[in-house]
Ligand binder design. Structure first.
Ligand code: GDP
Ligand code: MG
Length: 782
């Protein structure tokens, strides 16, 4: 039999069997790859891997290795998309109008003053961020979920005190597959929000309702926010809201988050169901008629079997039942079943598999998709092909086209870099610098007038203003870079980049998504580290962060040009290019080492949706910029401020705490202590070591400190040989990132990893410089 891997682009097939095991296989099933389903291969990525599939009306990416585990039989023609020949005339309420299913409850409301907590749950790209921003206005705060670096945003629903809404990570299923899914699931199961707002993309209902099916089993009050209705209606599609409410058993509110339509209505419904604790209608998605009732019987048998355990452990019984049948170990453990019960469960599942002719996980997924199909058939009138989809297809012909994808990607990144680091960035940086300068002058005047102690004056002006000022000058770069990034991300382009670059990055154990943070690393390590937030797996995120320092950031460029001009004026470009390449090569080598040691295993499987291209919402972009800027400033005024003061202190005092000139300072003494370490590299001069300390604050200061300290002795060219200057360059390329970057790493990965980065990078730099010196000596350079 054929596997999906062998299917050529443009050809269709029916899935016969899905191989693999455990969580990975569950993930395939959850994404809709289920036996009996039709798939079409749309195209291969420009490098030949991964592939793009069309399944149930949405596009997925899949690596060839994973596709090899899916067995198929080819079918003649592409699966028909059902389009009703005659438009069904249905009554449907317009945007924001109320359905008739939902009788406003009048039972016992929760006592006045109870905090109504909501969880906002939905697929990625369903418009969650947009909706969250609409719901909360500006009163929101960002943090992390305990124990993991996954963004947690909380806010109050605007206009309603005593409410709190949490934006959960975008997920496709309630299986504990990625850390995001686990976070979302644990939040809903353990923190027990008073209600769930489930956002569903109406233009991609089949995919989105899969999560809904599982959420409905949680016995938590829920409202479905049917988003992107503007797009669906704009293309002539529509949804029979009342029928949908009846079939799902929860209120459904059609909205357009981007156009702010139906939001008030959604809020009212949400508050109401939370207040009156209106649970979803208890109903089966299995039916005794389907497949001779095999799944139906199994589900009911198991649910009766575990009822008591579910109640005791506080997990909704039907949810637990489905997860047990899917073989979810975490839930099984929490239920604490007895031996007999476990055996019974096993027998029931085996019997079902036998009767159904499918394994348990596939049977569950199939049951959900079956019901979804029925819901879509009865409630959804689809447009032929939406304008947005047709447009996306056209754009994709170019942006992910075989010959155009990579050049265009390079072009787009180059443009972003040019605008950020050469055009807008420097201009804003100058503006900010002159602002800081005038503030500094003002402060100086003020302190002069107030007869402030001279040491304090020195601390404030030369220490804090210089140190924090130089770090804050990154701020414009960060804001501009994130502006472009969020445009690219929200429009859907970054998903394509991941698709195009995946094969390349897989070679070093990462997935396509990591390319963007690494490229940003060439600009500045700080936003590069911050941008790893969008990576879907914890392992990939950590590994990517640790690799970004190998990409030479723009602040190292002055160091390169300073030394190169002094020693090799004729070969400047050659050497600078060589340094950049050396950084990349070292990064690749280290990645291979990481892969065998710290980060064993493989990158996450690449089952990812390619959403339609959409116009990003200005509000989301503004919100993100504000968050990133705030985040960075907070760090500038904590970690970085402390580091600045410490360095200033070391630089200006000796061990008897007398105010001294730099050569007698503690810094010089400490540098002096470290000099022996640098002798093997030919850099055994306290002045060089001091300048490297300066570089820890900001890379540019390597140059300024060197200039100042060597000014007396006839300049740098006298003090170093050309070979040692190359060693110095290599050391500067690889040694610890600046304090701002370390602070960013600490925020993402914790203090230990931050310390590790500092020591590890210095170690690598030391070894690399030593090797360079050795090779140089062998070649006879002095
Ligand atoms: P998330 O990944 O779920 O957080 O989705 P986002 O909120 O980032 O939205 C993804 C994209 O869809 C963005 O480009 C939004 O501007 C766009 N979008 C969100 N809601 C709507 C909507 O109701 N209608 C339309 N046409 N676009 C929307
Ligand atoms: Mg988002």
């Amino acid at each position: 039999m054929m596997t999906l891997k062998e299917l050529r682009p443009g050809k269709s097939a029916r899935i016969e069997e899905v191989g693999g095991e455990g969580a990975l296989r569950q993930h395939f099933l959850d994404m809709g790859l289920i036996p009996g389903c039709d798939v079409t291969v749309v195209k291969l990525a420009p490098m030949g891997d991964p592939m793009e599939l069309m399944i149930r009306g949405y596009e997925l990416t899949l690596r060839l290795d994973d596709a090899a585990q899916i067995r198929i039989t080819p079918t003649e023609k592409a699966p028909e998309v059902k389009i009703p020949s005659e438009r069904k005339k249905t009554f449907h309420p317009g945007l924001g109008e109320e359905g008739i299913f939902h009788p406003k409850g009048t039972g016992d409301p929760l006592p006045e003053g109870t905090l109504l907590t909501f969880a906002l749950v939905g697929n990625q790209n369903s418009g969650k961020t947009t909706l969250f921003n609409q719901l909360t206005g500006s009163n929101q705060h960002v943090g992390n979920f305990p124990g993991v670096t996954v963004d947690r945003k909380d806010g109050m629903i605007r206009g309603y005190r005593n409410t709190s809404i949490t934006d959960l990570p975008g997920i496709y299923s309630m299986s504990p597959y990625s850390s995001e899914e686990l976070v979302s699931r644990d939040f809903v199961l353990n923190e027990k929000p008073k209600a769930i707002i489930n956002i569903v993309d109406a233009t991609n209902m089949e995919r989105n309702l899969y999560l809904t099916m599982q959420l409905l089993k949680l016995e938590t009050p829920m409202v479905v926010a049917l988003n992107m209705m503007d797009e669906l209606r704009g293309n002539g599609g529509t949804v029979d809201i009342n029928r949908m409410e009846a079939m799902l058993g929860v209120p459904v509110v059609p909205i357009s988050a981007a156009k702010n339509e139906g939001i008030d209505e959604l809020i009212r419904h949400a508050i109401h169901i939370a207040k009156y604790q209106e649970k979803p209608l208890a109903q089966d998605f299995c039916s005794p008629e389907d497949h001779d009732g095999s799944t139906h019987r199994a589900l009911h048998a198991v649910s009766h079997l575990i009822e008591d355990h579910a109640a005791r452990s506080g997990i909704p019984a039907e949810f637990a039942t489905e997860k047990l049948i899917e073989g979810d170990l975490r839930i099984a453990e929490r239920l604490e079943l007895e031996e007999n019960e476990k055996e019974l469960l096993e027998h029931i599942v085996l019997q079902m598999e036998k009767e159904r002719g499918l394994d348990a996980s596939a049977a569950m997924a199939d049951m959900r998709f079956d019901y979804i199909e029925r819901v879509c058939e009865e409630c959804l009138i689809r447009p032929q092909e939406s304008r947005e989809h047709a447009r996306s297809r056209k754009i994709d012909e170019v942006l992910t086209g075989k010959y155009t994808a990579i050049p265009l990607f390079i072009g787009i990144m180059a443009l972003v870099f040019f605008l950020t680091f050469f055009l807008i960035g420097p201009w804003l940086q100058d503006l900010l610098a002159s602002g800081i300068d005038s503030l500094k002058a003002l402060t100086a005047q003020g302190m002069e007038a107030g007869h402030v102690n001279e040491v304090i004056q020195n601390l404030v002006l030369d220490g804090i203003f210089e140190g924090v000022g130089s770090v804050i000058s990154f701020l414009p770069l960060i804001v501009i870079l994130f502006f472009f990034l969020s445009l690219l991300e929200d429009s859907g382009y970054i998903a394509r980049v991941a698709f195009v670059m995946d094969k390349l990055l897989r070679k070093i154990g990462l997935s396509g998504r990591s390319i963007v943070p690494m490229l940003i690393g060439f600009g500045c390590t700080v936003p590069a580290v911050m941008s790893t937030r969008t990576l879907p797996s914890d392992r990939d995120r950590k590994m990517t962060i640790l690799l970004t320092p190998f990409m030479s950031c723009t602040a190292k460029l002055p160091i390169y040009s300073f030394f190169v001009t002094a020693f090799f004026p004729d070969y400047s470009w050659l050497i600078i290019t060589g340094l950049y390449l050396l950084g990349i090569v070292m990064g690749i080598l280290i990645a291979l080492v990481y892969r065998k040691t710290l980060f064993k295993g493989n990158a996450v499987p690449f089952v990812m949706e390619l959403p339609n291209y959409r116009i990003p919402s200005p509000r989301n972009v503004a919100q993100l910029l504000w968050e990133k800027a705030k985040d960075f400033l907070q760090r500038a005024f904590t970690v970085i401020l402390i580091a600045t003061i410490v360095v200033w202190f070391l630089k200006n005092f000796n061990f008897r705490f007398d105010l001294v000139e730099e050569p007698e300072s503690m810094l010089a003494a400490v540098s002096g202590l470290l000099v022996p370490l640098f002798v093997p590299l030919g850099l055994g001069d306290w002045r060089l070591v001091t300048s490297l300390f300066g570089g820890f604050m900001a890379k540019e200061s390597v140059v300024s400190v060197t200039q100042v300290l060597f000014a007396a002795g006839g300049g740098i060219a006298e003090a170093l040989s050309p070979l040692t200057s190359v060693c110095m360059l290599v050391f500067c390329l690889l040694y610890t990132p600046c304090v701002a970057a370390i602070a960013a790493i600490r925020r993402e990965m914790g203090g230990r990893w931050a310390c590790f980065t500092v020591l590890w990078q210095c170690g690598i730099a030391w070894i690399a410089a030593l090797i360079v010196r050795f090779i140089g000596m062998m070649l006879g350079a002095g």
